[in-house]
Design a protein around this ligand. Sequence first.
Ligand code: 9GP
Length: 839
Amino acid sequence: KKTAAAAAAAEPVQIEDDRTGLSVETLKRAFADNLFYIQGKNADIATLNDYYMALAYTVRDRLLHRWLGTIKAQLKPKVKVVYYLSAEFLMGPHLGNNLINLGIYDQVRQAIQESGLNLDELIAQEEEPGLGNGGLGRLAACYLDSLAALEIPAIGYGLRYEFGIFDQEIRDGWQVEITDKWLRYGNPWEIARPEATVEVKLGGHTEAFVDGAGRYRVRWIPGRTIVGVPYDTPVLGFKNNTANTLRLWKAEAPESFDFQAFNLGDYYGAVNAKMYSENISKVLYPNDEPMQGRELRLEQQFFFVSCSLQDIIRRHLYVGGKLENLDKNAAIQLNDTHPSIGIAELMRLLVDEHNVDWDTAWQITQDTFAYTNHTLLPEALERWPLSLFGSLLPRHLEIIFEINRRFLQEVSAKFPGDTGRLARLSLIQEGPEKFVRMAHLASAGSHAINGVAALHSELLKRDVLRDFYELSPEKFSNKTNGVTPRRWIMLSNPELAFLISESIGDGWIKNLGELRELERFANDKEFQSRWRQIKLNNKTNLTEYIRKRTGLVVDPHSLFDIQVKRIHEYKRQHLNVLYIITLYNRLKQNPELEITPRTFIFGGKAAPGYFMAKLIIKLINSVAAVVNSDPDVRGRLKVVFLPDYNVTFGQRVYPAAELSEQISTAGKEASGTGNMKFSMNGALTIGTLDGANVEIREEAGEENFFLFGLTTEEVYALKARGYNPWDYYNGNPALRQVIDQLASGVFSPGEAHLFEPLVDHLIHRDEYLLLADYQSYVECQDRVGEAYRDQEHWTRMSILNSARMGKFSSDRAIREYCEDIWGAVAVDVALEEYVQATA
Ligand code: 9GP
């Protein structure tokens, strides 16, 4: 406790000190001090990474006033906090983004330059925390950015994977996975908080007992216990005082060294428990859509959810909250089903540990949780074998049975005699092997359920969650995804950001709708030529990067046609390849043919166990090898597969794109967010009516969008009629030629059968309707080529695309979540003053 005298003596420090000052001189000195005192290096021996670390600490010092101020402002009785539970957060590199959000980019650039270094090189030094697979994890990161920008109290909860998504190398055209060691050189952005460690139980069995008040209770006797240690990373709002927290849990053993075992001579036994426990946060599962019923994955999910819920309850009680009012202080969002075990865990914590009666606990749970669904693919809907579930979480299985019993009673009351409906809605899937259906648990236990684009939300109601919709239509809404313009325009495309701000002011950064004002420049010749010049500069930069990474020389004046995203059959990278081969064939047949020179650029990782996706990578590289070395098509056609697509690389790619490939089978892509980043940066889209493409086209104007392919309705109808890909193969000579070439090894010299599995699949099953959409795609691509020749018109379309993407800011999405689902409002933050510590 502070004495009165000590408190009186504690004076806020006012001078521009090394840790807060923003003048170039002070920044330089702080940077040099950190190199010496934190990195323990001087300029003679410092590596680029030492300089990066020294700068990162310099920046971190400058955000602590916000961070501590935010924690203080938000840990108050009446404040409602959004808790975003997500197994993935794909934050991207922090340094550049923090400079932007702190508003100190220019001073720091100068300070670094005057120190004889280059800021871009230091920024490039940062190893990005790849704690996610793709869209879902990146969405979580954009949402944290917007929550902070809007000053909404929020904590992101997830796992601190020691190894994130693997690094991808391409060897002989194949993907090779390399362990991602992002923590190798330390992580200057996180602060461990071991004092806030929590315990998590696993396995074992349950016991019934009667408590002192004569109540029937159950206790869980776990088979083992692990502890979760929180690591906190600040998430800054854009030029405001808010710095929310991303809290990631690391799994550890309660005792990391067993002396009993060691004394008995069993050294490995002595460290075994530690290894076993730490496994839980060891590695991110590298699957995007398809789920794998692995025990470790369920352990991961339960581990981070249990840690987070205990933390949430602790915070709630700390500010004097009553458990009955948890929903007044907490809105917990389930980012997909991965954290949905939280429904059962909150019930257990309330009923078993806090002695709340079942009905009250269920009310609290439903009022507090909300669930976002991110996929329509049936194989990606998580379910766990009952046996596995019961052995790992015996108490939760009992709780789920009880939830289900009561839930099905409600269903029966509403739909008497409808046994089919009961079976469809049940949280347990019956059959020779029984499963717990996690989407059902999430839907039953939440007060709100949303999809991530208008079409997706409709399809959820009509299809995947139809019975839940019929049961509780009021729970359902749509929240179209969005992305943050701070990272995806300002940081990625500084020249464009500058031009926009110069033309319409900088209000767009916080209010992306203001981009509309760019419309009046769409026909302005001078503006158009600056717009084009910036695109050309970005393309030239990418060209340089491509040369470094792959050795390929590409022409920055060719049309940059880009498809970057996870590799998946439903995303149809191979449809893109079919068109490339079609073009190639045309050029071979008619060497004089005039076409718009194009560079096709691909990037994306395949799940290591997904054979077809890996074969598609090999296909792209094989076609690239043939096309790029053929003198007949030189100067007109290039194909590039850029290895190791990640956030950092995305920041280079989106600004350089002219055509954005969004060509999934209609009804399969829930939303997409890359599609938004491309359009914001002035790329035109070639796409199907799928996911958020539908809304992008609505906003951009149909005349500024290249549409092709079957609609969702047509896909359903075609499949219902009985789809036969053979008909398309037989009826289309150009298509047949392409398929035959693939089948006969034209693109796999010496390995004629290499692509047989792909070809077989296409002509016999073609689940994703490539052959049905081929002709329409080819015609559309030809229109693109034509349109590109009229550069003025193209530029006009490009400007209009950027101008009309205001809707796709994650700020808009977060506002909608706040208003419709979370009931969260902004909280003012005062900077925490640094007060000299006294005992
Ligand atoms: O596949 C969806 C993607 O369309 C969406 O944009 C993203 C964010 O909502 O989520 C993806 N889903 C998953 O990664 C797993 O369901």
